[in-house]
Design a protein around this ligand. Structure first.
Ligand code: ATP
Length: 269
């Protein structure tokens, strides 16, 4: 179990532990005057898969939005490699944001572009690589997600699972330090969902990729996440920290137990 209040060796910028890539301190998130979550604190280790968990509407996607720069926190800090993300100006935030890859629920591909052109887009926008280098990188990223055969297809010709994998290839285009997923398994059948889980594990184990994901799909969370935070809609803050397995087996919090037990009954039933 890890949370910001229990980090071990502390060093480097802003006193963040050396193996921490992302640290959230005292975060409060609101839409207008409506507070969604407050007093959030957690840290994400390099090379780990970190899950933001909790029931429907507790604010998981809202937390993700604040981590990737789409929602300015009402209070608190998001430290990326020790740098305070929201303290800088737009240019500084953009520079930090380049270190992120983001995969949204439906893959968010441009429908007018082929799969290969979608993956090439960030490389064309943010690098000075020539066409040959971009083509090679696009082939490499598509091969990584098992989509090399689909380079010329348009997004409308892809299944849901293929769209996610194409979106993943695009999110990986710039070799992000942190990869963010919003509900990777949503809308996928169990077999396709398992393939995506295996791919996510491969990225962690093969490349040391750090991944932060938002999910309420417990089978997937239990299979892949090393650590996480459990948000509660009623108290509007985190009520547990730890891996999904540890929360399932050890948490004494009734809300956490109810969430985990329901999922367990569904699996057993
Ligand atoms: N743009 C917005 N403006 C105002 N309220 C919003 C906005 N987006 C989300 N909300 C509200 O914030 C709360 C948290 O929403 P969020 O989507 O972050 O929850 P979630 O845990 O990801 O939900 P789910 O698991 O159902 O996707 C909800 O009550 C939602 O209605």
């Amino acid at each position: 179990m890890r949370c910001s209040r229990s980090s071990p060796t502390r060093s480097g910028a802003e006193g963040v532990a050396a193996d921490t890539i992302l640290e959230v301190q005292g975060l409060e998130l609101a839409y207008g005057t409506r507070v969604i979550q407050r007093d959030l604190g957690f840290s994400v280790r390099r090379g780990s898969i970190f899950a933001v968990m909790g029931g429907s509407g507790c604010g998981k996607s809202t937390v993700l939005r604040s981590l990737v720069g789409l929602l300015r926190p009402a209070a608190g800090r998001v430290l990326v490699g020790g740098e305070d993300y929201w303290a800088g100006d737009a240019a500084q935030r953009e520079a930090i944001g380049r270190r992120f890859g983001v995969l949204f629920q439906n893959g968010a591909l441009w429908s007018s572009l082929s799969v290969a052109e979608n993956v090439a887009l960030p490389l064309r926008m943010f690098t000075r690589l020539d066409n040959a280098a971009i083509d090679s990188l696009v082939r490499l990223k598509l091969a990584l997600v098992g989509m090399e055969h689909a380079a010329a297809l348009s997004p409308s010709e892809l299944s849901g699972g293929m769209r996610k994998r194409a979106g993943l290839a695009r999110a990986l285009a710039l070799d992000p330090e942190v990869l963010f997923f919003d509900e990777p398994s949503a809308g996928l059948d169990p077999v396709t969902s398992k393939r995506l889980d295996d791919l996510i594990l491969q990225l962690r184990d093969g490349f040391g990729q750090t991944i932060v994901l938002v999910s309420h799909e417990l089978p997937s969370l239990l299979a892949i996440a090393d650590d996480g935070v459990f948000l509660d809609a009623t108290t509007r803050t985190a009520i547990a920290h730890g891996s999904p397995k540890a929360l399932r087996d050890d948490s004494i919090n009734p809300q956490v137990q109810a969430f985990m037990r329901r999922e367990r009954l569904e699996q057993e039933g």
